[in-house]
Design a binder for this molecule. Structure first.
Ligand code: YRO
Length: 312
C-alpha cells in the first residue's frame, strides 16, 4: 500500500506532517521533523518581526488534548525563509511549507512579497486565525476581512498559497466561507486550527493551568476531532475540487488519519500528539494507516479519499 499524496501536483511520499506551531519553532525542531517519516514540515507562523510570545506557562497537556496561548512566539518570517532555502538545496525534490501571519492586510501583503523576493518555491500557509483590529473577532471569523485579504493578496502574489482556518460550527458559516474561498486560486484550505478560548481547570488548586488570558487558550487533541472532521468534510463538499483540503485536529492514531482522508483530506497535520510523542509519531501513524488500508484492501489514498458514506 502507498500513503503517498500530492498537493498542487507537488508529490509527497507520505500524507502526514506537523501542524504549524508544533515542533517547528527553530532549525533544530524543523530538522528533526525533516529527518522523520513526516511528508514535509510547515514552520511556525512567521511574522514581520521575531516575537517572544506570551509568558509561561502557556501550553498544558491534558489526558484528552491540550490548551495553549503561546502568543505567536516565532523567529520572524525571514529566519524561516532563509532556513528553508538552505534545506531546499539539500533536498531539491522535497516541497516545504512556510506559515506566516500578519496583524493586518498590509502586513499580509508585505509578508508574501518577502516570500516572493526570497525565491521560495514551496507552499505558503497564511494563518487566518491571527488577531484582527481590537473589538473585532479573529480574522477567520470576520468574513468580509477574509474576502478583502484574499482579494488583496492575490492581486500581487502568484505562488502556491493555502489558508489555515479556525473551526466553524454553523452550516451557514461553511456556506459563506466556501463562497468566499471559491473565488480565489487557493492551493488548499487547512481545517482546523485550535478551538479558540477554551478553559482548563486544575480543580485541586482551583486554578487555571496557563498564565496568559486568565487561562483561556486554544484547545487541541481528542476534544476537537469531531469538529475537525466536520470542517474537513464540509469544505470538501463545498469547495472547487481545485482547492485541496489539509486535515488538522485530533489525530493521534492511524484511524484518525484514515477518517480525515475519508472526509476528503489530501494531507493531514499532527499537533498535540506530536507535542506529546515527538517526531517518532509520524512512523507510528504511517504504519497504523498502512495496516488499516491493507485490512480494507485499499492500495492508495484515492481509493477512499472523500468517500465517506451517508445513511440513505
Ligand atoms: C492565536 C494567535 C496567537 C493569534 C495565532 C497563533 C496561534 C497560536 C499561538 O501562537 O498562540 N496557537 C494556536 O493554537 N493557533 C494559532 O494560530
Amino acid at each position: 500500500v502507498s500513503t503517498a499524496t500530492s498537493i498542487a501536483q507537488k508529490k509527497f511520499d507520505n500524507c502526514i506532517m506537523n501542524a504549524s506551531g508544533v515542533w517547528c519553532y527553530d532549525e533544530k525542531e524543523l530538522l528533526e521533523v525533516d529527518k522523520s517519516k513526516a511528508a514535509s514540515f510547515v514552520t511556525k507562523s512567521g511574522t514581520l518581526q521575531a516575537r517572544k510570545g506570551n509568558p509561561k506557562p502557556r501550553y498544558f497537556e491534558t489526558n484528552f488534548g491540550s490548551i495553549n496561548s503561546m502568543g505567536l512566539p516565532n523567529q520572524g518570517l525571514e529566519y524561516y525563509l532563509d532556513f528553508v532555502q538552505k534545506i531546499q538545496q539539500q533536498n531539491p525534490n522535497k516541497t516545504y511549507f512556510v506559515s506566516c501571519t500578519g496583524f493586518n492586510v498590509q502586513e499580509d501583503v508585505l509578508l508574501l512579497e518577502k516570500v516572493e523576493n526570497s525565491g521560495f518555491k514551496g507552499i505558503v500557509e497564511l494563518n487566518l486565525s491571527c488577531p484582527n483590529v481590537p473589538g473585532k473577532p479573529q480574522t477567520g471569523y470576520d468574513f468580509e476581512t477574509v474576502d478583502m485579504i484574499l482579494k488583496t493578496v492575490f492581486e500581487n502574489y502568484e505562488g502556491l498559497l493555502g489558508v489555515k482556518l479556525p473551526p466553524y460550527f454553523d452550516i451557514v458559516h461553511f456556506d459563506q466561507m466556501a463562497k468566499i474561498l471559491n473565488k480565489y486560486p487557493l492551493t488548499y484550505v487547512n481545517s482546523v486550527n485550535s478551538i479558540g478560548n477554551g478553559l482548563y481547570i486544575d480543580d485541586a488548586q482551583e486554578k487555571v493551568v496557563i498564565k496568559p488570558k486568565n487561562g483561556f487558550g486554544g484547545i487541541g487533541g481528542d476534544y476537537i476531532k469531531p469538529t475537525a472532521l466536520a470542517n474537513v468534510h464540509a469544505f470538501y463538499q463545498r469547495l472547487d475540487p481545485k482547492i485541496q483540503i489539509i486535515g488538522t485536529g485530533g489525530i493521534k492514531t492511524g484511524r484518525d488519519v484514515f477518517e480525515h482522508i475519508l472526509c476528503g483530506a489530501s494531507m493531514v497535520q499532527v499537533g498535540t500528539a506530536l507535542m506529546k510523542e515527538g517526531p517518532g509519531v509520524f512512523e507510528r501513524l504511517t504504519h497504523e494507516l498502512e495496516m488499516i488500508m491493507q485490512s480494507k484492501g485499499y492500495e492508495k489514498l484515492d481509493d477512499f479519499k472523500g468517500k465517506l458514506k451517508y445513511i440513505e
